[in-house]
Design a protein around this ligand. Sequence first.
Ligand code: HEM
Ligand SMILES: CC(C)=CCC/C(C)=C/CC/C(C)=C/COP(=O)(O)OP(=O)(O)O
Length: 311
Amino acid sequence: MASSPILPATMLTDARAAPMPAHWRDFVALTKPRVMTLVVFTGLCGLLAAPGSIHPVLAFTAILCIALGAGAAAALNQWWEADIDAKMKRTASRPLPAGRMERHAALHFGVGLSFFSVILMGMATNWLAAIVLAVSILFYVFVYTIWLKPRTAQNIVIGGAAGAFPPVIGWAAVTGDVSALPVALFMLIFFWTPPHFWALALFVKTDYAAAGIPMLPVVSGEVATRRHIWFYTAIMAVAALAPVVLNLTGVIYGTVALAGTALFAVLAFQVYRRRESDPARMAPERRLFRYSILYLFLLFGAVVADRWVLA
Ligand code: HEM
Ligand SMILES: CC(C)=CCC/C(C)=C/CC/C(C)=C/COP(=O)(O)OP(=O)(O)O
């Protein structure tokens, strides 16, 4: 395909000719539904933890908008990265690199859904929630995917902010403002993201190297990545316990956060301590990655339990 003054040629080539129209299942796959379950859960917890009340239909609409907005951002991420995804084993079977969908369909789907989710959020709840939703979509697509990811190994440290917004959005949908607890929850996800992602990056390092993405294990090596995981786990622990110290949450969160963070630290330390890699297994890294997901589910669930069970 000819190059364009706007997009590099690599971004214009479809991996293979796509039969049309794409199946609806491929549009669902484009939203990265498994990753987005936790994104939506943190948004729901932000909404349920907020003081005040919201009509259940509007609450449902707000969560739907977070899901649609996050899905739209994921679609745009894959629209931009179709060529990169084609080079990685983990992502090669996605609808675009596998040739089951044309790139312009993913672009239209992502842009359409972004506008729809933001406008619906604004009309159903308030424009602060809608603006924060718009910022998170723009951040994931432009700051993380397009700008930082191909350029720096610190891509997920800064770009990870996109994934930290959902509890703020859920909270703002109810209250129309943002206070200390949603900011604390933002910080928790923000500092959780590096250990979450780098644990995974250690065992899919060869994929990223093949695709030419400068992820930390590729650029700085495994030892530095293990050190970074440990460092960010320590900061994440401070963020996780801050709501307790600041008296923003109750005894359920306090207990879950203490126990859950202690286990996180143990697993992160096991990853840090390993100096040699065992590419066939990478068991501690896989364990930390899997546990990182459970950890966030547990802590966010505990925030809500404090508000509703202890109310
Ligand atoms: C820039 C930040 C992040 C990066 C780079 C990242 C990266 C990844 C990658 C590459 C995977 C593997 C997914 C796959 O194989 O398709 C994954 C899995 C996952 N991520 Fe993240 N992640 C980030 C932030 C988040 C956030 C904020 C959440 C939710 C709050 C999240 C939740 C999950 C979940 C639930 C999975 C497991 C999906 C499954 O079971 O297949 N991630 N992450
Ligand atoms: C409300 C809203 C817009 C939320 C956005 C949520 C968000 C930014 C989640 C990030 C999680 C995610 C899919 C990372 C994948 O990174 P990657 O794209 O580098 O992974 P890949 O290699 O699997 O494509």
